[in-house]
Ligand binder design. Structure first.
Ligand SMILES: NC(=O)c1ccc[n+]([C@@H]2O[C@H](COP(=O)([O-])OP(=O)(O)OC[C@H]3O[C@@H](n4cnc5c(N)ncnc54)[C@H](OP(=O)(O)O)[C@@H]3O)[C@@H](O)[C@H]2O)c1
Length: 313
């Protein structure tokens, strides 16, 4: 029988792309925040009981990293409590759960890529609530995958790519931190990577969509490493080759042309933010490659693809 997949957060960066790539794997019921508000446990319970999915893919989250410092209770409800409710309901009906988490569960004190087995130590409320979500799912003990990704961007939503394009259309000089290192990852590649993992699991189990019984954590980011400043330089390089009338680019710049002439590197200390961020949060995705044969492209190649092929239909 065709698996039935319940997708939450269907309007987010990763959620939008999942709604496009998951349908070949099964019947997808994609719900956005209006259709399923994860701050309401009763709605979570009722929805899962009514739909009775084989698999739940939770792409919803409270992702406003700085705002979370002042809204800890909301971040906790969406990032930690809701995954626990989802996991409990999923377990009752024998469904599996795919859940996303973040590089910000680490403190950034390492100097080589973080492995799944490295001890987390989040610096921010966002990171703490995401880690609590991971642990809650593990405590429920249902078949699951936790996929940690990083520095997510796409051509819609709120992200660094769109912020840089907007600012570059307003100011001649942008000052951008160059002492935080990570791997910018295109939301479409994360969705495709997730679909490949699920397809591989189905192939291993003769078409049944069942996840590892005790749950596993995988890192899934673009290959390579950069810093925010160099990422911004690459963004403006790519933008200079793309016609200004591409609709997502026009929306990002509100129709203005790009006027930025200087991208000046600054330190994190020169740009204080409410949330502390890890100085180094590169994740090693080798476990993912070894287990599923899935490896995302290098970050620079992904960025090029986002510019040339990034429109969401
Ligand atoms: N963004 C990043 O840089 C990043 C980095 C590492 C890991 N991740 C993880 O990747 C996953 C997907 O993130 P993303 O980048 O796709 O985030 P996103 O674009 O912010 O999407 C998150 C979605 O969750 C929805 N949501 C928020 N509160 C909700 C609620 N109460 N009920 C139901 N839905 C709610 C949002 O709805 P609205 O559209 O209505 O706001 C949004 O559509 C998350 O687990 C996130 O922690 C993200």
């Amino acid at each position: 029988m065709k698996p039935r997949i319940l997708l939450t957060g269907a309007n987010g960066q990763i959620g939008t792309e999942l709604a496009i790539v998951l349908p070949p794997l099964g019947e997808v019921i994609a719900l956005d925040r209006q259709q399923l508000d994860l701050s309401k446990p009763d709605d979570i319970r009722r929805t899962i009981q009514e739909i009775r999915p084989t698999l739940i893919v939770n792409a919803a989250a409270y992702t406003a990293v700085d705002q979370a410092e002042k809204q800890e209770a909301v971040a906790q409800a969406i990032n930690a409590d809701a995954p626990a409710w989802i996991a409990r309901e999923a377990k009752k009906i024998g469904a599996g759960l795919v859940h996303y988490s973040t590089d910000y569960v680490f403190d950034g004190s390492k100097h080589s890529p973080y492995e799944e087995s490295d001890p987390p130590n989040p610096l921010s409320v966002y990171g703490k609530t995401k880690l609590a979500g991971e642990q809650a799912i593990q405590d429920v003990g249902l078949p699951h995958l936790i996929i940690r990704t990083a520095w997510v961007y796409g051509t819609r939503g709120r992200n660094f790519l769109l912020t840089i394009l907007r600012l570059a259309s307003q100011r001649e000089e942008l000052r951008i931190v160059d002492d935080q290192f990570g791997a910018p990852t295109w939301c479409r590649d994360i969705a495709r990577g997730t679909a490949s993992v699920l397809a591989r699991l189905m192939a291993d189990r003769e078409g049944a969509l069942s996840l590892p019984a005790t749950g596993e954590v995988y890192h899934m980011t673009a290959d390579g490493v950069t810093n925010w400043h160099d990422f911004a330089v690459a963004i403006l390089e790519e933008a200079s080759h793309v016609p200004a009338n591409v609709s997502w680019l026009r929306a990002a710049t509100e129709g203005r042309s790009l006027v930025a002439k200087r991208l000046s590197p600054i330190t994190t200390a020169q740009y204080p933010t409410p949330a502390r961020r890890p100085a180094y949060s590169v994740l090693s995705s080798s476990r993912l490659a070894q287990r599923f044969g899935v490896r995302l492209n290098e970050w620079r190649a992904q960025l090029h693809s986002a510019f040339t092929d990034g429109e969401v239909q």
